[in-house]
Design a binder for this molecule. Structure first.
Ligand code: GCB
Length: 635
């Protein structure tokens, strides 16, 4: 039995994600160690928050190296692009849709007059896959990695009350040294740059999440790390606080329950608070305390306050059980995507709420953030609504033979393909994921990759340091990766480095196509193989079949709604016979857009819901099974 609650998250200290640009002047007062990703901006009695979402001017760069002037000057009039949204499907223009390289977003911003005593920053929640923030002509921040935030402190460049031109450059290129990886080729006849990659979802790009202008006091709380535990009837929150520009200040901690009662308090940058008769955060029954940290100056005045919604719960793996609050938890739900028509990967509050409504309707208790960190609003929502999350890095496609870009004998872990630089980028992706999402009660496990070539030479050398790093950064959660079908229990070389066997399997679809009897036998053999090899939980993190809504077949042929229903039922029969199963997440929640190709007609159709979120027939079968399972647990 491995007890996973630990405190190493509390020592998570890393360099800044923003590489300061060459022309960035050094300021002595911000030379304190920066957290990797700063706390999500919020409004409080000491902080202001302005949304910069809306329509921005938009232009494509004219060439791959066109990243300086004239783009810091005003962009030409013409195109306007909504933020947040991926830009690809917004314009009726194939050149924009297929563009490979830099694009520019621009708008005017005024720093409020009242902020003269504050520090103020621009924060982009994501820029896929590389972003630069320019204030007038100054490049103030640069960030690589398309699904995590970055920011620029603009205080020394623009005075309170002044207007400035904010330009954000975004680059969508994927290479062997990015996460996820990809390749760029040049069209023989046209000379056009073409992007290919080893994952099927479309490489949507742009500013798909919010952009903020926010203020913080000069001395402020930069980071909070909490790890929770339970002692008898009480809850424990171990915490560590990082303060910017603070030396002599006091830190005051107050924990407030959902009724507004103060239930615990403490002081100092590090410690543990005890909540008597704690109300636990539970799957399907979220309970969140406000963990409020304040900086108090020598005169006893509160200088800054930050409030972190904190659920008290424990997570452990014990034998073949996944335990939340010491109770066996069985994952039901989906692998999802951030994807919808027109806005691409653009975060949308209506889809956020509607998707969670559908999860609730179908009886799902969980999802995986396949195959990248989702918008922070999604994680907050999962915390508030008791949905359990397997949180994944963007490391999808570390498998050169997948998706037929190269010949099937191609090797993945070589200097020409997935190499030391890819590994360094992957480490950074893990650091940023954990730095951003470490405090979410909903996150119960880190998935550090989807379907890598874990059966190939070099896989172990590549993954061993990554698994180690993940555990160093957070010993309080189990770790996993989603294993690909070809890396069977006989072939896989890395699974012993992880805590849970997460398997993606397509028996009956990519193999034994349409033959559910053969598929059933093959699936059972594979699951029993994993069970025998490791005494630990198995979660099927992908299984499913492409299904055209409205296509029917009395024979239950592939692509019909009948086939999807029968195939999922077959998987469930097998799961119910295998004692180590600890969860089932169907691929996928909804149909989603993919790259052009001969295997996909207008996208991946393995959704249990269509792209516009209508249930296919299989949804009703899942609903019957999962609501019954949820009822059995409560009974
Ligand atoms: C997989 C991948 C997922 C694909 C899916 C499919 O194994 O993890 O990203 O979309 O298969 O439908 O082929």
């Amino acid at each position: 039995m491995r007890l996973l609650v630990g405190l190493s998250l509390l020592s998570l200290i890393s360099p800044s994600i923003c590489v300061p640009a060459a022309n960035l002047r050094l300021r002595t007062e911000t030379q304190v160690e920066q957290p990797l990703i700063k706390l999500k901006p919020q409004q409080s009695s000491s902080r202001e928050l302005l949304s910069l979402d809306g329509l921005w001017k938009f232009a494509l760069a004219s060439g791959p190296n066109d990243t300086t002037t004239p783009w810091t000057a005003p962009l030409p009039k013409g195109l306007e692009c909504p933020v947040p949204a991926s830009y690809n499907d917004i314009f009726v223009d194939r050149e924009i849709h297929d563009h490979v390289g830099w694009v520019y977003y621009q708008r005017d911003v005024i720093v409020p007059k009242g902020w003269s005593q504050e520090r103020y920053l621009v924060r982009a929640e994501s820029a896929t896959h590389k972003g630069r923030i320019y204030v007038n002509d100054h490049l103030l921040a640069e960030h690589v990695g398309g699904y995590t935030p970055f920011e620029a402190d603009i205080t020394d460049y623009i005075a309170a009350g002044e207007k400035f031109r904010l330009t954000i450059a975004v680059n969508n290129e994927l290479t062997h040294e990015t996460i996820p990886p990809g390749e760029i080729s040049i069209g023989k006849a046209t000379g056009k740059r073409v992007q290919t990659y080893h994952h099927d979802f479309y490489n949507y790009a742009g500013l798909a999440r919010s952009v903020w202008l926010y203020s913080v006091p000069r001395q402020h709380i930069q980071d909070i790390t909490v790890v929770t535990d339970v002692a008898g009837a009480d809850g424990l929150i171990s915490y560590q606080i990082k303060v910017a520009n603070g030396t002599t200040e006091q830190i005051k901690i107050e924990v407030i329950d959902e009724d507004g009662n103060l239930v615990a308090n403490s002081s100092g940058v590090k410690g543990t608070v005890r909540i008597p008769s704690v109300k636990l955060w539970q799957p399907g029954a979220a309970y969140l305390y406000q963990f409020q940290a304040s900086v108090v100056n020598s005169k006893g005045e509160t200088v800054d306050t930050y409030s972190l919604a904190t659920g008290v719960r424990t997570v452990k793996v014990s034998g073949h059980q996944f335990l939340i609050n010491d109770k066996p938890f069985y994952f039901t739900g989906f692998g999802k995507h951030e994807d919808s028509a027109v806005r691409g990967k653009g975060h949308d509050q209506a889809y956020l709420v509607h998707d969670f409504q559908l999860l609730n309707w179908i009886g799902a208790n969980s999802f995986r953030t396949s195959h990248y960190p989702y918008a922070e609003e999604v994680m907050d929502f999962a915390d508030r609504h008791g949905i359990v999350v397997i949180d994944e890095t963007p490391a999808v496609g570390l498998n050169i033979a997948l998706l037929g870009l190269s010949d099937s004998d191609a090797k993945t872990f070589t200097p020409e393909a997935i190499n030391n630089n890819t590994q360094a980028a992957h480490k950074q992706a893990i650091r940023e994921l954990i730095s951003r999402d470490k405090n979410h009660a909903s996150v119960v496990m880190w998935s550090i990759a989807n379907e890598p070539a874990s059966h190939e030479d070099g896989a172990r050398e590549y993954f061993e340091p990554l698994a180690k790093l993940t555990r160093q950064l957070d010993a309080s959660r189990p770790i996993t990766f989603a294993n690909v079908g070809m890396a069977t229990y006989k072939e896989d070389r890395i699974s012993d480095l992880f805590d849970v066997s997460c398997l993606n399997r397509y028996f009956g679809w990519y193999s034994e196509t349409g033959d559910l009897e053969e598929a059933e036998a093959a699936l059972e053999e594979e699951l029993l193989g994993w069970e025998k090899k490791f005494d630990r939980p198995i979660v099927m993190t992908e299984y499913g079949a492409d299904t055209i809504a409205g296509l029917h077949s009395v024979f239950g042929f592939p692509w019909s709604e009948e086939f999807q229903t029968q195939m999922l039922a077959m998987y469930h029969r097998v799961f119910d016979r295998v004692g180590s199963m600890a969860g089932e997440q169907v691929w996928a929640f909804a149909d989603f857009q993919t790259n052009l190709g001969i295997q996909r007609v207008d996208g991946n159709k393995k959704g249990v819901f269509t792209r516009d979120r209508k249930p296919k027939a299989a949804a009703h079968g899942l609903r019957a099974r999962w609501t019954k399972m949820a009822g059995d647990i409560l009974a």
